[in-house]
Structures are given as structure tokens and as C-alpha cells.
Ligand binder design. Structure first.
Ligand SMILES: [Zn+2]
Length: 354
């Protein structure tokens, strides 16, 4: 499926921004989407909400985009809600005796479906990444419970629908949770698999403070060189952390290898969601073919790759546009999150008819 390329370049605008700097990022958004941001704020201020279902492959940046959107538009009135986080919370809940009892009582009162409460708890306890998915009616019930704990907010839901059969449930979901006539929208995200692959392969994590960076795409401010291994590494630059070297997580060197099946499933899910009638859709595209970049985006909106040189004494950090093949093998640039969020803001304003 081909996603449309969104033009964030504005003719006559030559100012550069450092999009990693929060202050400059704010100015950037003001300049590129100020009018639309104001419309969205007014809409939320009047008490309206929306529900967005984020559909993108694993590691496609769903959390990054929705959190940045909330940060820019209105952090008080927008919430990012991930099914994965919710399940991890429930793991803790059922590990605690008293809370587990309350949870069982809740299920007893509210669950309707094919499984006994005992089976449900055992499914939750034995769940691992390879285990079968949790039954849809359970997920729906748990999401409903989470949402009732929060005030009425605009929601980005991440991780649901997760399977083809769950897509139909989403069509009635806002009625179920009492969001009445406020709009629901599919936000579909397209990220080349090569991008996901390198995000995983070059990921480095601090064993002490869990800071997560990327040797190629997001280094720390302190890069070292190991002459024995002949390789560069990142040092943790968190001032509150006493650790030094960030390390790869076991299995990360395989990139997308182990999640190929999942990615294929996600792809089918996105294609099916895109073909549905009656529900508005927003298309977010992470990459732009290199040959078209000049026309559509500004230079500083393109993700740089970092590379390093060692002169025997010190490391020099260098930077250039990162070129990756998209899924059709066209040499492409990957966009930094802000321009993708600009396209989200503008498309959302349109589907909400603001
Ligand atoms: Zn650290």
C-alpha cells in the first residue's frame, strides 16, 4: 500500500530549526502548523474529545508521535494509552495478593465470555511474548476499566486493534466506553522495515539507568572508542548515573529477524483498516524518496545518521543524511518525528472539520 507524501516544506521559508531542542521545536510547530494547533486547542477546550487508534508496525514510533502531539497541542487533555503498558500494570496487580483479590472480584462482576475467571488469571500469569493473545473481550473490558479511571480526555490508543478480528470491535468501541458521538479516527503509520531494523540493531541501553539511545541515530554526548574491539561505543551522559558504557540488548543484533511474522500481521492490519468505509483515516508516512525530498521537506526535517572517526587520541562525531531503502527499495530519507507530527496535526484538523 502506498501512503501519500505529505508536504511540510513552505515556500519562501528559509529558517532552520534544531528539532532536538524543545524550545526550537516549539517555534517550529508554531510556524508550520500554528493555525491548526490553535483550532485543536479550542476544540478540546470546548470539552470535545476524540479517540484515535494508532495502527503501525512494531517500533514504528506510535508512542513518540502521539506523545509529541500531546506535548504540542495540550498535554492536560490528551492521553496516550498503550495496551502493552496496561497489561504490564496488571502483571504487577496480580502479583500482589490483596490487589489480585480485588482484580478477581472485578472480573467476576464484569467479565462476559468463554473463559472462567481461573482461566483468565492463568492466561494473564503465563502470558509471554510467544503465548497466544489474550481474548478480545478481556482486553476490551480492561481498557474500559482503565478509561473509567481517567477523566474524559482525547485518547491515542496504541495496541488495539491488534488482530484482524479486533478491527470490527473498534467500530463500536467508542459507544461501548461512552464517548457518544465524539469522533474516532484511524491513524495509520508507514515506516520502512529497514528503518525499524536499524532502530533495533543499533539500539544501546545503559545497564544502570536504562537510558536508551542509538549508536547510529541518537548518540549520547559522550562517544568512546575501543581499540581492542575496533569499535565505537556510547557512554551514558545522564548526570545522575554512575555507569559508563551503553550496551546492546541481547538479540537486538538480529534486527527485525525475530519479529518478521509480527510485522507481516501488522501490515495486513493496516491494509484492512485503510479499506474500511465510514471511519476517517489519517496517513502518516515516515519516509520520503530521496529524489523527491527537496520538493516536499526541509533539510533539517530529515533524520541524520551519525558516524565517527578515531585519530588515535579522540573521537570526532560526524553527521550526514541517513539514506535507507523504503519497502519498495527506493533510496529514501527517514523523517524526524516533528514533521510527521505536523502532518498529523494538519490531517486531524481536516478530518475533524475544524
Ligand atoms: Zn546510565
Amino acid at each position: 500500500m502506498q501512503f501519500p507524501i505529505f508536504k511540510t516544506k513552505i515556500k519562501g521559508l528559509t529558517q532552520d530549526f534544531d528539532l532536538n531542542n524543545p524550545q526550537e521545536r516549539k517555534k517550529y510547530f508554531e510556524l508550520k502548523a500554528g493555525k491548526e494547533i490553535k483550532k485543536l486547542r479550542d476544540y478540546l477546550k470546548k470539552g470535545h474529545t476524540f479517540i484515535i487508534y494508532l495502527l503501525g508496525k512494531k517500533n514504528s514510533g506510535k508512542g513518540t508521535y502521539s506523545k509529541m502531539f500531546a506535548e504540542i497541542v495540550d498535554p492536560q487533555k490528551i492521553e496516550h494509552f498503550s495496551i502493552g503498558d496496561m497489561i504490564r500494570e496488571i502483571d504487577k496487580e496480580i502479583a500482589d495478593k490483596k490487589r489480585k483479590r480485588e482484580f478477581v472480584e472485578f472480573l467476576d462482576k464484569n467479565y462476559r465470555g468463554q473463559h472462567s475467571i481461573k482461566e483468565l488469571i492463568s492466561l494473564l500469569e503465563k502470558r509471554s511474548t510467544t503465548a497466544p493473545l489474550l481474548p478480545t473481550e478481556l482486553i476490551l473490558l480492561l481498557v474500559k476499566r482503565e478509561i473509567s479511571k481517567r477523566k474524559r480526555k482525547a485518547l491515542f490508543i496504541d495496541g488495539f486493534p491488534r488482530d484482524l478480528d479486533q478491527i470490527n470491535f473498534t467500530l463500536f468501541f467508542r459507544d461501548l466506553i461512552g464517548y457518544r458521538d465524539d469522533p474516532d479516527i484511524f491513524v495509520l503509520i508507514d515506516v520502512p522495515e529497514a528503518v525499524i531494523d536499524e532502530r533495533i540493531k543499533y539500539r544501546r541501553i545503559c545497564p544502570c539507568c536504562q537510558t536508551s539511545r542509538n549508536l547510529k541515530l541518537l548518540p549520547t554526548s559522550d562517544v568512546g572508542y575501543d581499540p581492542k574491539k575496533k569499535e565505537f561505543y556510547l557512554n551514558c551522559d545522564n548526570p545522575n548515573c554512575s555507569c559508563h558504557r551503553l550496551i546492546p540488548k541481547e538479540g537486538d543484533e538480529k534486527g527485525i529477524g525475530p519479529i518478521k511474522e509480527r510485522l507481516l500481521k501488522d501490515e495486513k492490519l493496516i491494509t484492512q483498516a485503510a479499506s474500511l468505509y465510514g471511519i476517517p483515516k489519517v496517513f502518516l508516512r515516515n519516509s520520503v524518496p530521496r529524489a523527491l525530498a527537496q520538493e516536499y521537506v526541509d533539510d533539517y526535517e530529515i533524520t541524520p545518521e551519525y558516524y565517527y572517526e578515531w585519530d588515535g587520541k579522540k573521537v570526532t562525531v560526524k553527521e550526514r543524511h541517513w539514506v535507507v531503502p523504503d519497502d519498495a527499495k527506493t533510496p529514501s530519507y527517514s523523517l524526524l518525528p516533528p514533521p510527521v507530527v505536523v502532518s498529523l496535526i494538519k490531517q486531524l484538523t481536516e478530518v475533524l472539520h475544524l
